[in-house]
Design a protein around this ligand. Structure first.
Ligand code: TYC
Length: 102
């Protein structure tokens, strides 16, 4: 408080706020061509869903157009999207998977 900064003795405290990592939703989009079983397989393989859970999510996407399949840190979300897009492309299905900030 030597007033070199002209603050005339106004004490300011700095408190480091704990930063939570930004989280990202991974979304699966519906299309008319990707087989239902293929989508179920993806949800089991890349998102650790049980068969019943995977089937439910697949049906939600089929009926509503899209669904959030999980929420992850940026790096994990990006990896999931890449894995799904590569796998779908390799099998020549037009399935789309994207991510967005929560
Ligand atoms: N609509 C597709 C069909 O009738 C199934 C499907 C579900 C496709 C979910 C994509 O993300 C998807 N075969």
């Amino acid at each position: 408080e030597d007033d070199a900064d002209g603050d005339a003795g106004v004490a300011t405290k700095t408190r480091a706020k704990t930063q939570r990592p930004r989280m990202y939703k991974v979304l699966l989009l519906n299309d008319d061509y990707t087989p239902m079983e293929f989508v179920v397989h993806i949800l089991e393989r890349f998102f650790g869903k049980s068969h019943a859970e995977a089937f439910d999510i697949m049906l939600t996407v089929h009926k509503k157009g899209l669904a959030v399949v999980g929420v992850y840190s940026f790096e994990v979300a990006e990896t999931k999207v890449t894995q799904v897009m590569d796998f779908a492309r390799r099998h020549q299905h037009p399935l789309q998977c994207t991510m967005e900030k929560e």
